[in-house]
Design a protein around this ligand. Sequence first.
Ligand code: HEM
Length: 420
Amino acid sequence: MTQEAQVLSSLKDAPIEQVFRPNSLDYSVNPVPQCLALAERGRLVWFPPWQAWIMTRMDDIMDCWKREYLSSDLYDWQYAPEVPPKEEWSNFETAMIGHSLLADPTHHRLIRKIASPAFSRNVVDEIQRRIEPDIKKLIANLKDRESFDFIEEIAQHIPFISITRMVGVPEQYWEEMKPVIMKFTEAWNPTLTPERREAARQASSRAIDILKLVMAERRDQPLENDFLSVLLEAEKKHEDFEEWDVITLILALIGAGADTTLVGQQWTAYSLLKHKDQIDTALSSLKAFRNAFSEIMRWSCKSKMGFARYAPEDMELLGQQVKKGQMILLMPHLKDRDPDYYEDPDTFNVERVFDPDVLFGYGPRFCIGASLAKSQLYLTMTELFKQFPNLELDGEPERSLEDHNAVTFKKLMLKTNNNR
Ligand code: HEM
């Protein structure tokens, strides 16, 4: 038993907030004992610091994903921001409330179905084709460096490159789009000041104006296998799918795709460099990498929170009395190093078999950007190791406590060793 596991075991009867401390340095260095200790507390655990329930077991989470008996709509939360009267709605509120992709399961399923051609193989390949030169350039610019910070020089640029290239936003608007893409989720983050939330909301409203301009141009001149053109074609065909649905969908992609990509990039570079003997296998093909990425995310166990749901009514759930509006966080990552779930959970093995593979969720809300995310990561990693075959970690990176959702690094310094 590790030292921390011993300490946690001695806290068996202590309040859960003394045992599970996802914003602590201990957690960021080794989250595993705390995750296991939390899961041991039961299937549904009340966590006072977040005023939320935590769903800990995979069977229960799968059932919730499948049957969707809880709400995914932020506005069903007891602490949701107040909804202003409709006549006062800004662009932001029109997109997030009036056309919410999340609100009603029937509408959600319809939008997913209508929008699915925009995530087809041909469209994803075309997005990749557009992103590739940007990524190659980003990495080639570092070729004379002895060392660099992977986060600053590469990872933090990727979400912006992907979204702007995916939508086809002309470069003249990039400066205005940039803060929105990286800070969009600040608009409803309850832990920030009202001023900061308002600034993010205003920047988002301006970004929506830009999106409308780009959409108008693309309606006049559609492109082949182009993400936005495919969505605009769907808009023409389906009366249930209009301009605001397209905008909401793009904002959802920004909200769900930017941070996850940033975090995924750092942990992929770190994990592969920690297990250099597995790099060739992991990058041998896109198919091999898809599996390797699931292992990277499992091994890193880097999540701090989970996926939020809200109780639609007072209900008995997994033996607990849950009140209408309370948040329930699904935490699939608690299983990631659990020996009852995975054989040899502390071993990193990019060929591990995942059945089922739930990294990207399951059921009606399965990640819409999954194939895009994996292709982008594959592209970055193959290019990185092609240009820097002798790459290594420049020491153990210090963890950052800033991100409330995931364990990240302050910097990820890499040595290129290109003259070796
Ligand atoms: C890099 C790693 C990524 C991981 C591990 C990941 C994981 C997930 C998971 C687990 C869900 C389900 C959440 C839930 O049940 O509440 C989800 C949903 C979603 N993801 Fe991802 N994601 C990633 C990247 C992306 C990217 C790059 C995009 C966009 C381009 C994206 C867009 C979305 C959207 C829009 C949803 C909501 C889908 C819906 O409600 O129908 N994700 N993601």
